[in-house]
Write a protein that binds this ligand. Structure first.
Ligand SMILES: Cc1cc2nc3c(=O)[nH]c(=O)nc-3n(C[C@H](O)[C@H](O)[C@H](O)COP(=O)(O)OP(=O)(O)OC[C@H]3O[C@@H](n4cnc5c(N)ncnc54)[C@H](O)[C@@H]3O)c2cc1C
Length: 385
């Protein structure tokens, strides 16, 4: 019995790991090379109830929480085949719609997000706002019963394969005149909603896009939840995003570490396998410890979130994302080094993870912005910006 996970959680881990083993890293690497998408793995994971494990049962989900969803992503990652869109579709969009959507939005989206037949992307980042999401300027104005959205987004993942994108925009507060965040479901083919792919140095099936919203006309029902509670709703989705990014990073770190350990056990250039040299073994042991510690923080964040403590979960989710991102970058770096020249060959497949691991340090919120958050919110230090 694990002190941090129930027997059900452990059984889920084992079952997802078995699914991941059937696909593995070669599957995703081939798709990335050929410009394909992991549709078979997505469909299999959905059929087994893994994609919607966090969504309410009455809408076709598993009735679990982010604790379970993060186990799914971590184990797929540890097998070398993480599904990036899980961070966005069931975790952010599914959560926001389940918690704040209208009955019609829940019926329209949740069963499809749960059974994998529909996918939703999430767009908050803007070229001129970056880490400072208070500066986003995508604006929604009312026109009769409709909404009209205008603005630009950047680095939005999976817009080409998603049926819709949950766009964070702003509406004008009638009382104060200030802009407040609001969430809109924008179907992919809506007139005025255009995308161009960004040429990333990432070996991944999921692409990132720059979006232009040019007078995008949406029906009143496109607004998710309450126009006056946008910030609260947004944070409800951002905490799962951080927890899932931690799961993504821990999974990738575990994958790289396992490859390195395997190699260090057998590779022999003097009398003993290289893993017998402490200069090789200790950094691998340290990477393992850091990944385990990051997972503890991720489990804490997931537990707080699933218990309804959004504030407590916010701090823990940020710390978990930070710890996991750093642990992942270090584990991948050490894994590549452990393989010597082979670490840089395509055959061993580790070098491309150097770029992929950096994503967890930058997105969805950078290392520095988390350190800022902890400095100000947790430690009470003054702000410089
Ligand atoms: C692969 C990938 C997928 C992504 N997918 C999505 C997605 O699906 N949806 C979405 O909305 N976004 C997505 N993003 C965007 C991501 O969330 C942003 O890249 C991230 O928030 C950082 O914003 P920026 O790139 O504009 O960097 P900037 O904000 O320009 O920051 C640049 C650097 O300056 C530092 N910095 C900035 N301000 C401060 C400060 N006050 N103090 C200290 N340091 C500071 C940052 O830490 C960073 O190192 C994705 C990004 C990547 C790389």
């Amino acid at each position: 019995m694990s002190p941090t996970e129930t027997e059900e959680h452990q059984a889920l881990r084992a079952a997802v790991a078995a699914l991941g083993q059937r696909y593995g890293r070669d599957y995703l690497a081939r798709l990335a090379r050929e410009g394909g998408h992991p549709d078979e793995l997505w469909a299999d994971a959905a059929k087994l109830g893994y994609l919607g494990v966090n969504l309410p049962e009455e809408y076709g989900g598993g009735g679990g929480g982010i604790a379970e969803l993060s186990i799914v992503l971590e184990e797929l990652g540890a097998a070398g085949c993480p599904l990036l869109m899980m961070v966005v579709s069931p975790a952010i969009c599914g959560t926001v719609i389940a918690r704040f959507g209208t009955e019609a939005q829940k019926r329209a989206w949740l069963p499809g997000l749960a059974d994998g037949s529909r996918t939703m992307a999430f767009g908050i980042t803007e070229p001129d706002a970056g880490s400072n999401s208070h500066r986003i300027t995508t604006t929604a104005r009312r026109d009769g019963d409709a909404w009209v959205l205008t603005g630009r987004k950047v680095f939005i993942s999976g817009v080409d394969i998603a049926d819709a994108t949950l766009i964070v925009g702003r509406t004008e507060d009638a009382r104060t005149g200030r802009l407040k965040p609001c969430l809109f479901i924008v179907p992919r083919e809506t007139p005025g909603f255009s995308r161009s792919v960004i040429d990333m140095e990432l070996q991944a099936a999921e692409k990132q896009f720059e979006l232009v919203l040019d007078e995008v006309r949406l029906p009143a029902e496109a607004l998710v939840g309450d126009e006056d509670a946008g910030l609260l709703q947004l944070f409800a989705g951002l905490n799962p995003e951080r927890i899932m990014t931690a799961a993504f990073a821990i999974g990738m770190g575990r994958y790289a570490l396992a490859k390195a350990v395997d190699y260090a056990r057998t590779r022999q250039v003097w009398n003993e396998p290289i893993g017998a040299h402490q200069a090789v073994a200790h950094p691998l042991a340290a990477a393992h410890i850091e990944l385990e510690l990051a997972r503890l923080m991720m489990q804490k964040a997931a537990r707080l979130y699933d218990a309804g403590d959004d504030m407590g979960a916010g701090e823990a989710a940020n710390m978990a994302k930070y710890a996991a991102g750093e642990a992942c970058v270090r584990a991948v770096d050490q894994a590549v080094h452990t393989l010597g020249g082979n670490g840089l060959t395509r055959e061993y497949g580790l070098a491309s993870l150097i770029t992929a691991a950096r994503v967890a340090r930058i997105a969805p919120v950078s290392r520095e912005m988390i350190l800022n958050f902890v400095s100000h919110q947790t430690l009470g230090l003054p702000k410089s910006y």
